[in-house]
Design a protein around this ligand. Structure first.
Ligand code: ZN
Length: 234
């Protein structure tokens, strides 16, 4: 009876190992995903800087256009003036517009330089991201394939497990599964050197040993609760 349970446990431990293996995403992939996310964040941050500068430059350029138009209108008006006094007034106006225009152009120049620098940095970051993408896609695909292959192998093992479980009495199976859950995998422990629990290594009291040797009822380790198996008897 316990020997059959032991066969079941062997299968369960095999399945546990596969499950652990399945959840182990390769370190290179984890690192690549991190690198990609970091680059994406950098691109987004740089995009904000770039758009802000773009708005400032656009607004300055709009103002420059308006001032240029006014300056031109003043220049034309001075040419068509009816008197020397009127002509001089328009010329003064033209000069004022020209001065403001020059100031504005001087202020805008560094903004344009910063905009161009931001554009270059943004392009460089986007290129890095584009270069990383095919590698990431390929590695993600490989990881998906790896997990699917393991899952396919597991299907056969699960069928075998079900067949083995069907051979174990229901009450024993229930206890075994309870202990297995609480003890992270091992529910059935062999008796080691005829006196110790193979699960927790505690020395077993004589009456427990005797009960386990008889083997007609389920005996559990008083320390860890695992079902004890005296392999000599089995
Ligand atoms: Zn124990």
């Amino acid at each position: 009876m316990l020997e059959r349970l032991n066969d079941l446990q062997t299968k369960d431990l095999e399945l546990d190992a596969i499950e652990a293996e399945m959840s182990q995403t390769p370190v290179e992939l984890i690192q690549l995903r991190q690198k990609y996310r970091q680059l994406e964040a950098e691109v987004n941050a740089k995009e904000v800087v770039y758009q802000d500068l773009r708005r400032q430059v656009n607004s300055s350029e709009l103002e420059i256009d308006t001032l240029s138009a006014r300056r031109k209108a003043s220049a034309e008006a001075s040419l068509q003036a009816q008197s020397a006094k009127e002509a001089s007034q328009y010329q003064n106006q033209e000069l004022q517009f020209a001065t403001r225009l020059q100031e504005l152009e001087e202020d805008t120049l560094p903004l344009i330089e910063r905009l161009e620098a931001a554009q270059a940095e943004l392009d460089a970051l986007k290129t890095q991201l584009d270069e990383l993408e095919p590698e990431l896609i390929a590695m993600n695909q490989a990881e998906e394939d790896r997990v699917i292959a393991i899952e396919e192998n597991t299907e056969a093992l699960k069928d075998e497990r079900a067949a083995l479980a069907a051979n174990v009495p229901a009450a024993l199976l229930k206890q075994y599964e309870q202990v297995r859950r609480s003890k992270k995998g091992v529910g059935l422990a062999s008796i080691v050197n005829g006196k110790r629990c193979g699960g927790c290594n505690v020395q077993l009291p004589i009456h427990v040993m005797q009960k386990a040797k008889k083997g007609d009822t389920i005996t559990r380790c008083p320390s860890c609760g695992r079902i004890l198996w005296d392999q000599v008897e089995a």
